[in-house]
Design a protein around this ligand. Sequence first.
Ligand SMILES: O=C(O)CCC(=O)C(=O)O
Ligand SMILES: [Fe+2]
Length: 347
Amino acid sequence: MATFSSIKRMADDPNLTCIPPSYVFQIEQAVVHLDDVEGGEETIPIIDYSLLTSGTREQRIKIIQDLRYACQEWGFFMVINHGVNEGLMKRMLKSCKEFFHLTEEEKMEFQDKHVLDPIRYGTSFNASVDDIFFWRDYLKVKVHPEFHSPDKPTGFRQVLEEYAKAVRVIVRGLLGGISESLDLDSDCIGRALDIESSLQILTANLYPPCPQPGLAMGFPPHSDHGLLTMLIHNGISGLQIQHRGKWVSVDGLPNAFLVNTGDHMEILSNGKYKSVLHRATVNNKATRISIATSNGPSPEAVVSPVHDLLENGCSPAGYIGMKYKDYLELQQSNKLDGKSCLDRVKV
Ligand SMILES: O=C(O)CCC(=O)C(=O)O
Ligand SMILES: [Fe+2]
């Protein structure tokens, strides 16, 4: 795109009745997928986090089994009773909304950044290479191992710091349980990937109402880099995950975290826990905001299938090792295309 135009600015125009051709996804694709959406046949796995951390021995064993099932069969689950204050989740959503409502001039400071820069604001996915644009604006902030934050809007930094820390606590707990679900020590994943220096990136997505929602995509099918993405949203539907070849809409229980496994979970588990394809659709009524926090290995960690798994008979390795930082750069500087980035490290 020659000049930057946020989707918010375009959608704010009351005279907008049809979308520009550069936002139209192939109609066949949109229709087929949207007709294909089914929900409710099977239920999305629910993980009661409190039982993982303070349940009885039996309850913990059961939750680890549930995690195994969720990661193997879905690559997706909801986490309830996670202990993160509901008010904090709401404040985080409100702060992100306020960020998007800053003037374009105020947000401009974070535009046109390199994919590894700590704070990036933009539209679509990678507007300099995207053929078709996504009905989405984003803010991406690296919050760990070093903490960064925009200074506006007021209070954003404090909420972000508190929220990111709270999410890391749950992620560590979940990774312990997932490690055990792979018959590894609970700290095996954490040790192998130097989780103390874990790269954590918060991405806020804004999907304004779209006059032709059947033709546009908020976020086309993709898998996430990293180990676990923890997502919350403002109660407006849009997230769909692919399950057994069908698109399933996921709203989630109020205040639950929606969690999906990322490419690095697939790599470290040597393909046992596949990263899940997901996408975000748009609607013509209300603005949707989602906050996806990716939690990965240390940026310097070379990620390959965990040694102990290969020793336990889960060999040969199906993925070659690549530094997390390099994978991230590769994924973020190309067009978003399903799981194509992961294909590059498959043996
Ligand atoms: O908005 C959503 O529900 C999905 C966002 C997403 O997949 C992402 O930020 O990676
Ligand atoms: Fe995603």
